[in-house]
Design a protein around this ligand. Structure first.
Ligand code: ZN
Ligand code: ZN
Length: 369
């Protein structure tokens, strides 16, 4: 693919995506994998087999780099660490959808009274179970108790309202169930990884006999990390810049203006010099990083313009109403709403839209004509 980099394409079945590219580098210590695919037994078997066919042994993996906290990227990272003791490297802000969230634990004002009741009851049951497990089952019990706690917090998060008063995007039900079962039983393949090394922007890593620079590119997620080999002009772009699709920009992140973060991260692509090969997580390698970044920026500028046009006849409207002007009916739903929310908040922070919060009702936005 590029000097010192091999690509192992792994099958995934997510809406609109059929594969993820796992990039492999080899040095005298062994292998480094970037984004080792989806979690689960089948993806694991495929990863092992694909590496084997390329003459590489999974047991030689000493480092796994995870570009960001989505399951099709962190996938097997935790399992590889348990198998080989490999270093799991992420950006310092790495946090998965399935991770416990201390803040949400206390985040009660977001829940409606009905949900609060069941949450409180569930929590009490959890505390009892935890106390029993701690006493009865030692370390294994603590693992299970922790799993139950994580799952309860996760469900609470999916059930609560979103910041715009709509429904939460959720992982497919089958994935939720698999995670739930695996959290409860301490299942092997599905536990999201705990990073063993968290890096920051500009940090240099010696991998595959080359120097790779960590490039923090928040936007698609706040923890998104790209990798740059300046000597060869190779750029591993994760989901930040993809050749044919634009990454989802979620409004549900711990940042006031995720779209602005993304624009700034795109702008940085334009300033990177002498890039010869861009290796994306989905799709084929390409060369014109700056041009592709500008195209994606233009795409979002068009979306913002579309919102202004919609506002001309909608007047003050909810996120969902704007969303249905921005997206085709096939895409309507919480994911589209979340992205629309990110765009509306961006305009609000620019002073081009006014947000109105009415208790018990969805948030409404009016765009300045
Ligand atoms: Zn992603
Ligand atoms: Zn992806």
């Amino acid at each position: 693919m590029a000097p010192g980099v091999v690509c192992v394409q792994l099958t995934i079945a997510l809406p609109g995506l059929g594969h993820v590219n796992c990039y492999v580098m080899e040095d005298e210590r062994g292998l480094t994998l970037v984004d080792p695919g989806l979690p689960g037994r089948k993806p694991w078997q495929e990863l092992v087999a694909r590496l084997h066919r390329a003459g590489m042994d999974i047991h030689r993996v000493h480092t796994v780099i995870v570009t960001h906290s989505h399951p099709d990227h962190f996938g097997a990272a935790g399992h590889i660490r348990r198998l080989t003791g490999a270093e799991v490297v992420t950006h310092e802000h790495f946090k998965t959808f399935f991770d416990p969230n201390e803040e949400d634990d206390e985040d009660k004002e977001l829940a409606t009274p009905g949900e609060l009741d069941s949450w409180a009851a569930a929590k009490e049951r959890l505390h009892k179970a935890r106390a029993w497990l701690h006493g009865a089952a030692g370390e294994r019990g603590r693992d299970v108790a922790e799993g139950v706690g994580n799952q309860l917090r996760q469900w609470q998060r999916w059930n609560g309202p979103t910041p715009w008063g709509g429904e939460h995007p959720r992982p497919p039900r089958k994935m939720q169930l698999t995670y739930a079962v695996n959290q409860l039983t301490g299942g092997t393949y599905f536990r999201p990884p705990r990073p063993s090394a968290r890096v920051v922007d500009g940090q240099v890593m010696h991998l595959g006999g080359r120097e790779w620079v960590a490039v923090h590119t928040p936007g698609h997620t706040v923890d998104h990390l790209c990798l740059l080999d300046p000597a060869a002009g190779t750029f591993i772009s994760g989901d930040h810049v993809l050749p044919t699709i634009t990454p989802h920009i979620s409004g549900l992140v711990r940042a006031p203006d995720p779209l602005k973060l993304y624009f700034d991260s795109l702008e940085r692509m334009v300033s990177l010099e002498d890039i010869r090969t861009v290796l994306p997580a989905h799709g084929l390698p390409f060369a014109n990083l700056a041009e592709r970044a500008r195209d994606i920026q233009a795409h979002h500028d068009e979306r913002l313009e579309l919102l202004r046009t919609a506002a001309a006849d909608l007047g003050e409207a909810t996120v969902e109403e704007f969303s249905q002007r921005l997206f085709k009916p096939a895409s309507w739903g919480p994911m589209a709403d979340s992205e629309t929310y990110a765009h509306l908040e961006h305009l609000a922070l620019l002073g081009q839209a006014v947000r109105r919060d009415v208790p018990g009702q969805p948030v409404r936005y009016r765009l300045n004509g």
